[in-house]
Design a protein around this ligand. Structure first.
Ligand code: AMP
Length: 183
């Protein structure tokens, strides 16, 4: 089983759910930059105050801010990890590569969760998070297409990408992911 993983895919594809399940079953550190940022917002830290309005608009928080969060969590961690929602653009991917070289680690697999826009929008509307109203959802999908989707080619070129159909039950999708990672 691979131990250093990225989860990639549009908002609403179920990355968080699957990442959490897999991290638990395989004893990996689950690092969700979205969850970590929401915790900062809730606690009202300076970082959270800086991020709150940007998140509410469905835009990306500054690279420096999220990279600092990831670095602080990874640099003292022993063992496997699963990054969920990071990197979100090429600059973050390149900084991550540099950080991992420094830490003498490497990404072993990138799991791409794929799903139609229609289903994504339905799922996000049903979830009802603060940034889950229709206008913001459409904007987040657009941000994904323009800024995050180029990472698919980036990781495909390096032979790291596996694509998983994100339609179906939580259990089914989880089993597909495990199958792909065992290869
Ligand atoms: P998520 O929970 O992954 O959907 O993230 C929710 C929001 O947090 C995003 O819409 C962004 O505003 C922000 N965010 C999460 N991860 C990142 C990241 N890697 N880079 C920039 N912004 C992020």
């Amino acid at each position: 089983m691979k131990e250093r993983l990225l989860f990639l895919g549009p908002p609403g594809a179920g990355k968080g759910t699957q990442a959490q399940r897999l991290a638990q079953s395989q004893d990996l550190l689950h690092l969700s930059t979205g969850d970590l940022l929401r915790a900062e917002v809730q606690s009202g830290t300076p970082l959270g105050q800086e991020a709150e309005a940007v998140m509410a608009r469905g835009e990306l928080v500054s690279d420096g801010l999220v990279i600092a969060i990831v670095r602080s969590r990874l640099e003292h961690h022993q063992g496997g990890w699963l990054l969920d929602g990071f990197p979100r653009n090429l600059a973050q991917a390149e900084t991550l590569d540099t950080l991992l070289t420094e830490l003498n680690q490497a990404i072993e697999r990138v799991v791409l969760m794929e799903l139609d826009d229609g289903i994504l929008i339905q799922r996000l509307l049903a979830r009802g998070r603060a940034d889950d109203n229709e206008g913001v959802i459409r904007h987040r999908l657009e941000v994904y297409r323009t800024q995050t989707a180029p990472l698919i080619e980036h990781y495909k070129d390096r032979g790291l990408l596996i694509a998983v159909d994100a339609a179906g039950s939580v259990e089914q999708i989880g089993a597909n992911i495990l199958d792909c990672l065992a290869k």
